[in-house]
Ligand binder design. Structure first.
Ligand SMILES: O=C(O)CCC(=O)C(=O)O
Length: 264
């Protein structure tokens, strides 16, 4: 059962019908302030630890000019981010969008240093995951720092998730693939830290260069409805069951522990 604070948070953070409808028709929706102030502070402390201890890897093929630092996976390196998908508001929101049973298949982070941070090229997650129904998988992209056009916040192409986007190797990255997309179709998801973008596996998305004087970090967590995956896909992905009976207290505990440790 949830305690009353969790219940209040859950009600406050439930997606509106308009957000669910936007996801189903446009392939994405944004939720400002999905994470509260303490949660944002804890996530920023954790991400600073990853940066300071050199845990990110630069995937840029032209690192003298621009850098695009990636850390993947997160759950094995961070109790905070291991617990985050089990926060009741996350289970609830993701379940509302793609239906239960929800499994988490991937988590990762991208760090863009000031001025020379490089964007990630246009792609769909389904170019990697190949889910038959692109609406049965969603990414939850978290703005760890305020994201705007100048620092290359996430951009998406609405109403495109049923289109076919051929992908080829991205020469700017040492392992990614990319697709062509007319920039006129882009919606820039400008969000304060703690805001979230949910976008389905068929939705083309990208980030821009960080031209600002501050670092910017995003975290992406990928979920699917297990009833829509094949055994072959399951063999290749992480299989963390999210739906089900849980106390829901783990993320809150990890947030507190991170803040207390940073204070001591
Ligand atoms: O932050 C980025 O540069 C890329 C984000 C992304 O493509 C994702 O999280 O799926």
């Amino acid at each position: 059962m949830f305690n009353s604070a969790t219940l209040v948070e859950l009600i406050k953070m439930s997606l509106s019908q308009a957000q669910i409808d936007q996801f189903l028709t446009e392939g994405y929706t944004t939720v400002p302030h999905f994470f509260n102030e303490d949660e944002v502070a804890a996530m920023q402390i954790e991400v600073a630890r990853w940066i300071d201890t050199g845990m990110f890897r630069d995937v840029s093929t032209n690192p003298e000019v621009r850098q695009n630092y990636q850390l993947i996976p997160l759950y094995s390196r961070s109790p905070l981010f291991k617990a985050l998908p089990f926060a009741p508001k996350v289970i609830n929101a993701v379940g509302n969008l793609i239906g239960h049973p929800v499994i988490k298949i991937l988590d990762q982070s991208f760090y863009k240093p000031p001025q020379s941070g490089m964007g990630t090229s246009w792609h769909t997650d389904n170019a990697y995951f190949k889910l038959q129904d692109p609406l049965r998988g969603t990414a939850m992209w978290i703005a760890i720092h305020d994201g705007d056009i100048a620092n290359g916040t996430l951009k998406v192409a609405p109403r495109a998730f049923n289109e076919d986007f051929p992908h080829t190797r991205d020469p700017a990255s040492d392992h990614h693939i990319h697709t062509e997309l007319d920039e006129a179709r882009a919606v820039h998801c400008e969000l304060e830290a703690g805001g979230v973008v949910f976008f389905c596996f068929g939705t083309p998305h990208a980030t821009g260069n960080n031209l600002s004087n501050e670092s910017r970090v995003g975290v992406g967590i990928h979920f699917v409805n297990r009833d829509y995956t094949s055994p072959l896909q399951e063999k290749h992905w992480e299989q963390t069951v999210i739906s089900g009976e849980r106390t829901g207290e783990n993320f809150a505990d990890e947030v507190r522990a991170t803040l207390v440790q940073a204070d001591s």
